[in-house]
Ligand binder design. Sequence first.
Ligand SMILES: NC(=O)C1=CN([C@@H]2O[C@H](COP(=O)(O)OP(=O)(O)OC[C@H]3O[C@@H](n4cnc5c(N)ncnc54)[C@H](O)[C@@H]3O)[C@@H](O)[C@H]2O)C=CC1
Ligand SMILES: O=C(O)CCC(=O)C(=O)O
Length: 409
Amino acid sequence: MADLSLAKDKIRVLLLEGVHPSAVKLFERHGYHQIEYLKTSLSDAELKEKIADAHIIGIRSRTQLSDEVLAYADKLIAIGCFCIGTNQVELDAAKKRGIVVFNAPFSNTRSVAELVLAEAIMLLRRIPHKNAMAHQGGWDKSATGSFEARGKVLGIIGYGHIGSQLSVLAEQLGMQVRYYDIEDKLPMGNAVPVSTLDDLLSEADIVTLHVPQTPQTHMMFGARQLSRMKPGSALINASRGTVVDIDALAEALKSERLSGAAIDVFPQEPKGNDEAFESPLRGLTQCILTPHIGGSTQEAQENIGIEVAGKLVRYSDNGSTLSAVNFPEVSLPAHTDARRLLHIHQNRPGMLNAINQVISESSMNVSGQYLQTDEAIGYVVIDVDSQDTQAILQRLKDIPGTIRARELL
Ligand SMILES: NC(=O)C1=CN([C@@H]2O[C@H](COP(=O)(O)OP(=O)(O)OC[C@H]3O[C@@H](n4cnc5c(N)ncnc54)[C@H](O)[C@@H]3O)[C@@H](O)[C@H]2O)C=CC1
Ligand SMILES: O=C(O)CCC(=O)C(=O)O
């Protein structure tokens, strides 16, 4: 366990996968200048070496922060996922080590919804195939199998931020929206919830997936679900590559049961732009293949950079864990006239007593105390009026069950 009472100019920030420069600017504006910025993700070995020195790391969807990798992250206090999905991080392992994880839950929502709507229109008009033919010198000027979006049924699986945003856009185009979600969700506009996935599949002209990667969604869309789709309908997946059985989809496209597909995410994705992309879908011209760029627009990336870097800075400067995805949430006022001590511990009986015992035995006045717990950990923030906090911090660190204790400087 490496505990921290580091001055800001000693805090090292490692930013991977070409996160938007807006993140770098924000860190610098707040006095963080030890920033290593890399355009790509890293191999496991490189990641383990670099993460050992980092206090804060920023990643997108490629970097896998497993328990094994986090074991090297002795100094790490926070992880920023510059995206929506956080499945690439072992969240409980990070929590167990006292590492807070943040993401950007809706900065790229609109970008994904727009891409999916555009793909729905392209698929209804059979554009992928006509486009591929024209590139080969072919000329398929025929209306056969081409339809307007107006009046067609869009079936949305997962009616969260992206699904519901898409629902609004699709209705503006005159589509009829049906959705399936495991939770009760407020229907937007005239969208209609359906009670089973099969109901949705039997009605939809276009089916689109917007679920997170979870054990329940792993391969949730396979041969059986494909066989329940309307003949000639099309499938879009811009959620996660583990959700759809790609071999079964390739079969459904080859047999022409489906008229097309648009796939943005894959079970195996290249680590960088210089690695070859392999997939059974390659060469199937009725399938739009995109390299996981659903959220890759200038607007989304710039906003994500600002949002996630802002959360990391707030945590580092002030201790606030508001909107953390794996940690008890504490929103804290500024601590201009006080020293602030943070204590992260296993949630066992007697912890708060032990902390308060240490404080009460000191001569310090407490000007504020904040506590949040979940089933696994507790997070206590104590504002004190003393300049002499080092001995107290050491005693707090020594309390059995302490995961991390540090002072904000
Ligand atoms: N292709 C890309 O570049 C991007 C992909 N994504 C992916 O899209 C996913 C969805 O994003 P948001 O809409 O923001 O998430 P969200 O959390 O707002 O919505 C997800 C919805 O799926 C529902 N759901 C969960 N399990 C389900 C199941 N088994 N069956 C049906 N519904 C289920 C949830 O109840 C929730 O309503 C993200 O988790 C991420 O993996 C997000 C952004 C960009
Ligand atoms: O832009 C990225 O790197 C990943 C986008 C994504 O999949 C997400 O936001 O969950």
